[in-house]
Design a protein around this ligand. Structure first.
Ligand code: AMP
Ligand code: MG
Length: 343
């Protein structure tokens, strides 16, 4: 398949570039588009066949459901059984990086929801994503636009690495602002279960809902034979090709450990402040030590770039769990297949 690449430099000016993209989606084709979280691999969420094409393009298991993207929070009513709690969340966080799981309506094919009776709905704030969904007039089903298991793409060059020849069009809208996938919550009556942490933090959710539980799989490995609350939890994810190991311990001791391991050819994801003490040819910074926003934005590209250094092992600090740290921790323990070394 030939993949057309469309670059939109000024995100306030699309001209008619999105009309062609919308036509592709409406006829059942696939378009990769930027969002504020990561790039999405989009297809028509009302077409059974589109979901199947998405799974095939990603190499994703078809029991791992897709998020549907809507242009306006109230559009969710057409596809899901919404509630007062949904509208409270929408008022606080939409459009933005929050996905809400609710019972689905008939019009959403089961191929989109991996056979489940619930559907995940998100209303992105990125102007290109918003305009594309609006131009389509249908919800867009979109997982992250990476080959299944690889780090999610945060800029079009990484999309091109994974998706050229697999999709009809890639819209390049520059670098994604947040860099980690959306926060996912499931509504159950008046309570929320946090299934995937993201830029909408646990504390922010608690300001809207009194009862927010963190699903155990957010922090821990699923036990063998344990049924995950969200099918995606059971798959290895975000992983570089090299072994990835997280270092849990005093930061100075970790820096000494990194220096030693670099003598053996290992690569390190470090903080800006550590760069001058490390081997520059084997170090990639994910941002300043206290700037979790920068770390979130850079994590996935750093994992891809670290792989290109050719090292057999990549080391990084185990993040703290506060605020956005919970989302970083969740992605990093998955990328590391839960390999944590205490020092
Ligand atoms: P991605 O498409 O890569 O951003 O991943 C979407 C995540 O949402 C996956 O981990 C899915 O398992 C999860 N998800 C989507 N729909 C549902 C649903 N109906 N119930 C539970 N989890 C869901
Ligand atoms: Mg993904």
């Amino acid at each position: 398949m030939e993949t057309k690449i469309v670059r939109i430099i000024d995100t306030t000016e699309y001209g008619n570039k999105l009309e062609e993209a919308a036509a592709i989606i409406l006829r059942g084709g696939l378009v990769v588009f930027p969002t504020e979280t990561v790039y999405g691999l989009g297809g028509n969420a009302l077409l059974d066949g589109a979901a199947k094409s998405i799974y095939a393009a990603k190499g994703r298991p078809s029991d791992n459901p897709l998020i549907i993207h809507v242009a306006h929070p109230e559009d969710a009513d057409k596809y899901a059984h919404t509630s007062e709690l949904y509208y409270a969340l929408a008022k606080a966080f939409m459009p933005g990086p929050l996905t809400v799981i609710m019972p689905k309506r008939e019009c959403i094919p089961k191929s989109v929801t991996g056979g489940l009776d619930s559907v995940a709905v998100r209303c992105p704030s990125h102007p290109i994503a918003h305009a594309l969904i609006d131009a389509c007039g249908v919800p867009i089903a979109a997982p992250s636009a990476n080959i299944s298991g690889r780090p999610s793409p945060t800029s079009a060059k990484y999309v091109e690495e994974d998706m050229t020849g697999r999709v009809d069009m890639i819209i390049d809208g520059g670098e994604c602002e947040i860099g980690l996938e959306s926060t996912i919550v499931k509504i159950e009556g008046n309570s929320l279960t946090l299934l995937r942490p993201g830029a909408i933090t646990y504390d922010a959710l608690c300001c809207v809902c009194e009862n927010v539980q963190i699903a155990p799989a957010v922090l821990n490995q699923l036990a063998e034979n344990e049924k995950p609350l969200s099918p995606g939890m059971k798959y290895r994810h975000y992983a570089p090709n090299a072994s990835f190991v997280l270092i849990d311990g005093d930061e100075n001791a970790a820096l000494e450990f990194f220096k030693n391991e670099q003598k053996n050819g290992s690569a390190v994801l470090c903080y800006d402040e550590e760069l001058s003490s490390l081997d520059p040819s084997l170090s990639i910074s994910i941002g300043a030590r206290d700037d979790l926003g920068a770390q979130a934005k850079r994590l996935f590209s750093a994992l891809r770039e670290a792989d290109k250094l050719g090292a057999h092992t990549i080391y990084a600090h185990l993040p703290n769990l506060d605020g956005l740290g919970l989302a970083l921790y969740n992605r990093m323990i998955r990328a590391a297949a839960h390999t944590i070394k205490k020092i």
